[in-house]
Design a protein around this ligand. Sequence first.
Ligand code: CO
Length: 131
Amino acid sequence: MKLHHVGIATDDLNAARQRYRLLGYRLEAEEVLPSQGVRAAMLVSGDDRLELLEPTGPETPVGRFLAKRGPGLHHLAFLSSNVAADLERLANEGARLVDEQPRPGFGGHLVAFVHPSWSGGVLVELVEAER
Ligand code: CO
């Protein structure tokens, strides 16, 4: 499965955007996802994407992540042509899932997260998108 984006937790999305701009990444889209308590910016350079995540408050998944581990790598997102099928396949192999069912994520794409205990410490996201 191809990598779709790398998710990075930050407590200052605007400052982070400016830094990655120096590396050639431009803003593709920015959204607030109230259900996840996060403000997200997708940056793009060629085929590569970075997703910057700033929590909308401390009692959110990314807010708790920042409090515990500080800013930095949050997740790897892999491109899937069928998130529901891939989720079922991984669950059948014993993967611990964060999401039992795909749900709408950034850009309206169907996404689902797999627990970091499965991958050896990295939160894994599956994204159903064209590329
Ligand atoms: Co993501």
